[in-house]
Design a protein around this ligand. Sequence first.
Ligand SMILES: *[C@@H]1O[C@H](CO)[C@@H](O)[C@H](O)[C@H]1NC(C)=O
Ligand SMILES: *[C@@H]1O[C@H](CO)[C@@H](O)[C@H](O)[C@H]1NC(C)=O
Length: 388
Amino acid sequence: MMDGGMPICGGAGLGIVLAMMAIVGRGVEGECPFSAIFNYGDSNSDTGGLVAAFPAQARPNGETTFGEPVGRFSDGRLVVDFMAQGLGFPYLNPYLQAIGSNFSSGANFASAGASVLQPTSQVKPNGWLSPFYLQIQLQQFFHLKSTALELYSKGWFKDVVPIPSTFEKALYTFDIGQNDLTAQLSNGVPLDQVSTVFPQVVDTIGNTIQALYTTGAKFFMISNMGPLGCYPAYLANFPHNASDLDASGCLTSFNQVVANFNEALKNKVFFLQTQLYGASIIYVDTHAIKYEMWANGLANGFKFATTACCGPNAGPYNFDSTIPCTGSAVQNGQIVTGSSCSDPSVYVSWDGIHLTESANRYIATRIFSGAYFQPSFPITQMCPLFFF
Ligand SMILES: *[C@@H]1O[C@H](CO)[C@@H](O)[C@H](O)[C@H]1NC(C)=O
Ligand SMILES: *[C@@H]1O[C@H](CO)[C@@H](O)[C@H](O)[C@H]1NC(C)=O
């Protein structure tokens, strides 16, 4: 197993190469239990859900891999894309994408701006807040499942709809909660009181997992929250001085709130592990993986961590909420337009809030290493992994 600090080379992580060699070399006969991925989340794993419901996305999103915006908030692929590729599935289609979707090996219910709890502020069609909060995402899944079962019984749409056994053998992934934290702040709750909402948030995540388990789901992966206090957007917007920053240049107080969330989430997952007999419920410490990119960025091929790649090309963080990566605004009588950096692959942050494809690849590579799973889950021994 690779450790969190091992550099990755080229397209595929060394850990994956080694893992694959181990599989081929020893001829391990592990049987990969996964037939599909059903993902729940926010913009960190949205592969086009919000954009399917609201106005189209602007350039330069998608520039690295897709050459055009494809509904992802990044220059290229997201962690969920690498997860799908690594396990040998096509990219997950958003549940809301009406045309050209194929849900045979999963669906993505994630939506940019989505929270766990029902949003209390008005949802606006600018994508900042999403109406597709977790309970809605769960209902969408149940709708997809019942429709799939009905279609199967009639023998219709066989090549785009999951067969019934898919649902029990699917991997159910969660990466959500960040917008519950930031919504508190936008509603004026002081940072040191934001954590009071976390028990309700993690209870709701737990209830969602339980509801899926009740209908036969067995494999769950729950990613924890990234170190938001390291993200250019929060560094730029949150008043602070040098003493508020840790050695990696991240906001200590902000990351403490994230740590509170992760503690609550971990406790909930550990509790569910004791309750849901026969299920594998894996807590994935993506926070630890992500924090490494700020703490040891250079050793891992990154040159910029607290500076966004795409932005107004100004300031230490290259982030200004009035001039987003994809937009322009008049400033001091001049039109300032957000634009991408010349080499996104050496940046951790894409637009100040979301990560670059190269950061997402780094994260996915380490997720597949298994070193960040609690409890450990021998994914590389059970599943042949594919290069990405
Ligand atoms: C849908 O995806 C599955 C595999 O994920 C594939 O076998 C099937 O051919 C695809 N259907 C179409 C219409 O391309
Ligand atoms: C800056 O640091 C001082 C001393 O640590 C602290 O009292 C003050 O509130 C800080 N200012 C901001 C904007 O955080």
